[in-house]
Design a protein around this ligand. Structure first.
Ligand code: PA5
Length: 401
């Protein structure tokens, strides 16, 4: 369960009367989610069909017992969601099952050199993920790893070791899957990369890591209350934005949520940063970053508001010196930092999950997807494209040609 506190540390900043002018717009957006053109985003079946879900569940044991490295190749939305969930929910040390590696997120020769060396004597199953099937980084990683895998495995063996996740109909990867008879999964047509964590893009790697994806999507199961909360939070963000708060810091107090904040940065930057508009997302992992960005949030240029994701119950570590649980101290820190920052004119929204588990992470994912879409609608930009990302790809491709 998620609890929202959009009052305690923003009360002085966002007033009741600020919200009045949003009432009609909020009603209109809500009805679009409930029965209009945005209904698609409020249905679990839009993200994952029962057949694809079954196929993922059925393949998971096979993958886990037939490789020691499950290699995910993809960039942006094609990797960020699964990385976020895996890091959020896996143990820090001694993870069981295959090692999950991600490649294709840069063009750094040192990373490729070392990874390809490392992979030489590993049993690999590869999942290449790209909606367009033509992203530069993904194609390069795929071709380098394929060269290695062709040396290790026969054509027949490769059929059991290559999994393609891509558009249902078109693109180079879809053609390759058809041509070579590789196992494939589809990315629903209307769901772009950054929204695809609850599709096979995210669910297959997450399942292979040993996380229960049925519980994850159960958590994301649609609730109208979530739509209301998403609209409320998006309105608050928009009010702050209009008052000059052009930066939002997503702050966590559990380092395992670091990649979750990376996913949030991608989600909000690509969904809203258009036409010279949008709130710049940054992230803090506290209490570490209280000793770096914290100075700016407290005392620097007055352009930031903060959204904290807290966890109510966490593992028991007793602090004898204070006769209390460490997590209680962490929660005191969250609360007092909220107070300090709001006193320093950095208003703070607080979102708390009762526990960090599959259900609450699934719930958060769907909640933030809705917020990012509503936020884009409030500033009149198209939530679903990312023209700025295409621009650099075009220029590099022109140079290569
Ligand atoms: O959210 C998005 O749409 C992007 O971040 C894409 O996921 C990213 O550019 C990778 O694109 P593709 O999946 O087509 O390789």
């Amino acid at each position: 369960m998620i609890n929202f506190d959009f009052h305690k540390y923003i009360g002085n900043y966002v007033k009741k009367e600020d919200k009045v002018e949003y009432l009609e717009k909020a009603r209109e957006i809500k009805s679009r989610f409930i029965e209009g053109d945005l209904k698609y985003w409020n249905k679990l079946e839009s993200f994952i069909s029962s057949q694809e879900l079954k196929k993922i569940v059925n393949m998971t044991d096979y993958i886990r017992s037939n490789c020691n490295v499950f290699l995910v190749i993809g960039i942006g939305g094609s990797y960020m969601g699964s990385k976020a969930v895996i890091e959020a929910l896996s143990p820090m040390y001694d993870r069981n099952g295959p090692e999950i590696l991600f490649l294709g997120t840069n063009l750094c020769s040192e990373e490729y050199f070392e990874t390809l060396e490392y992979l030489k004597d590993k049993e690999i199953i590869l999942n290449v993920i790209s909606k367009s099937g033509k992203t530069l980084e993904t194609s390069i990683a795929f071709s380098l790893v394929m060269d290695l895998m062709k040396e290790k495995y026969t054509e027949e063996e490769l059929k059991d070791r290559i999994i393609i996740t891509t558009d249902p109909e078109k693109g180079d990867l879809r053609e390759l899957a058809n041509l070579k008879d590789y196992v494939s999964f589809t990315i629903p047509e209307l769901i772009g990369g950054r929204f695809s964590c609850l599709t096979p893009v995210g669910l297959l790697p997450i399942a292979v890591s040993g996380i229960n994806i049925i519980k994850l999507i159960e958590g994301a199961r649609i609730s109208y209350e979530r739509v209301d909360r998403a609209i409320e939070y998006a309105v608050i963000r928009d009010i702050m934005y209009k008052k000059g708060k052009t930066v939002e810091a997503f702050t966590v107090y559990n380092p395992k949520l670091y990649y979750f904040t990376e996913w949030l940065k991608q989600l909000f930057a690509e969904t809203q940063g258009k036409n010279k508009k949008g709130i710049l997302p940054i992230s803090c992992v506290n209490t570490r970053d209280l000793h770096s960005l914290g100075q700016f949030l407290q005392d620097g240029h007055d352009i930031i508001f903060e959204t904290v994701i807290g966890i109510d119950k966490d593992k028991m570590v007793t602090l004898d010196q204070y006769d209390m649980e460490l997590n209680s101290l962490n929660k005191i820190a969250l609360d007092k930092v909220g107070l300090a920052h709001s006193n320093g004119n950095t208003p703070t929204n607080i979102i708390t999950i009762d526990e960090k588990n599959e259900e609450t992470i699934g719930e958060l994912i769907h909640f933030f997807i809705l917020v990012s879409i509503v936020g884009a609608l409030l500033i009149d930009v198209n939530p679903f494209d990312q023209p700025g990302v295409e621009e650099y790809k075009k220029l590099i491709n022109e140079e290569l040609e």
